[in-house]
Design a protein around this ligand. Structure first.
Ligand code: TRP
Length: 360
């Protein structure tokens, strides 16, 4: 059997370059390689509600934004099954059975959840739904027999819990689930794309992100405001390339062709860096080059997005059809689960007969 790939995102905001470099690009590659039986991408709206339950409007709005972002980067509904978590009730059902297999202390040990609790000020009043979301995430993965889960490093604890739950279920009720594994991005930079302000990781909450949906003017403005080398004051000054975000982005996005096309006086990125280090190269020139490099990547994404933006009905149709497929797969897995647990009362003809025996 070939792989079943599943991954997902919480619809709490538009996707940005960090998501693109860290995962979307890789999903497109996987999609096109075609080495799988099924590839699922789930919009995790129920999970997003575990810490946004008081703001469902935000989730509803971003559901379509995330879907548009998926389609705009070239993820293809012919190859990928897109679905919406909340519309597959089998996920909720499975979560409830899984909850019996997890202790409270185990839930409290999940390092990602721990740091999220701090971040969200949930320490004094923790919604139970939030604490158990890793169990629901285990259901997301196990319901579809996914063995490959492409995610960021912070999701490794979720996969660990999913494997434990699979093992525990198989042990008690018989072999039913496969143990999934996380596939992390290879390149180090892909694991932690810095924001335009320098130090921190690109994130919506820090306001340091370049979004896939940003227009040309916005991208230009953001690049022009990017953190460089604070000691590089005059053009003649020698500059630092390490920790200089403009160069970090060039490391990720620039290709040899870009030099030929946009900056022919430099042979390659090394030559540009050398000049910067020596002094005599201004930030503005490097930033203008980066804008062209980014536009080369973003323009086709933006164009595709604009097409889908004109036809949101079509986007909803894609989600609806994918969700119907996911539900079908989910329904048959839940049947298998209930059978394994011996709670398939009405499908088990032998059951009533054997119970009847007792009263004969
Ligand atoms: N927790 C993931 C995130 O925050 C989203 C997610 C939900 C997910 N269910 C999943 C990822 C299942 C992979 C598999 O990004």
């Amino acid at each position: 059997m070939k792989d079943i790939i599943l991954t997902g995102d919480r619809p709490t905001g538009r996707l940005h370059l960090g998501h693109y470099v860290g995962s979307l690009k890789n999903r497109v590659i996987m999609q096109n390689e075609g080495n799988y039986d099924r590839m699922y991408i789930m919009i995790a709206d129920s999970q997003a509600l575990t810490d946004n339950f008081d703001d469902p409007g935000k989730i509803r709005e971003n559901l379509i934004e995330v879907a548009l972002d998926y389609l705009s980067v070239g993820l293809d509904p012919e190859k990928v099954t897109f679905f919406v978590q909340s519309q597959v009730s089998e996920l909720t059902e499975l979560t409830f059975y899984f909850l019996n297999l997890v202790t409270l202390s185990r839930l409290e040990r999940n390092p990602t959840v721990k740091s999220e609790i701090k971040l969200r000020d949930f320490e004094t009043s923790l919604p139970a739904g939030f604490l158990i979301y890793p169990v629901s995430q285990a259901a997301d993965i196990l319901l579809f027999d996914a063995n490959i889960v492409p995610v960021g490093e912070d999701q490794e604890p979720m996969l660990e819990q999913a494997r434990e739950i699979a093992r525990s279920f198989n042990h008690i009720y018989g072999e039913t689930f496969v143990e999934p594994k996380a596939v992390l991005p290879e390149a180090k930079i892909a694991r932690r794309m810095p924001g335009i302000d320098g130090g921190a990781k690109m994130s919506k909450s820090l306001g340091n992100a370049i979004y896939l949906a940003d227009d040309k003017k916005t991208v230009k403005k953001k690049v022009m405001s990017m953190y460089t080398d604070p000691d590089h004051i005059n053009i003649e000054d020698p500059g630092k390339v390490e920790g200089n975000i403009v160069f970090t982005y060039l490391d990720v996005f620039s290709k040899p062709e870009h030099f030929k096309e946009f900056l022919p006086e430099y042979e390659n990125l090394e030559a540009l860096k050398d000049h910067y280090r020596r002094g005599g190269l201004g930030d503005v020139k490097v930033k203008k080059f980066l804008i062209k490099v980014l536009e080369d990547e973003l323009e086709p994404i933006r164009k595709r997005r604009a097409e889908y933006e004109k036809d949101l009905e079509k986007v909803f149709k894609i989600l609806e059809e994918g969700t119907a497929k996911a539900r079908e797969a989910g329904r048959s897995k839940v049947e298998e689960v209930k059978k394994a647990m011996g709670i398939n009362y009405f499908e088990d003809e032998k059951l009533v007969k054997s119970l009847q025996e007792k009263y004969k």
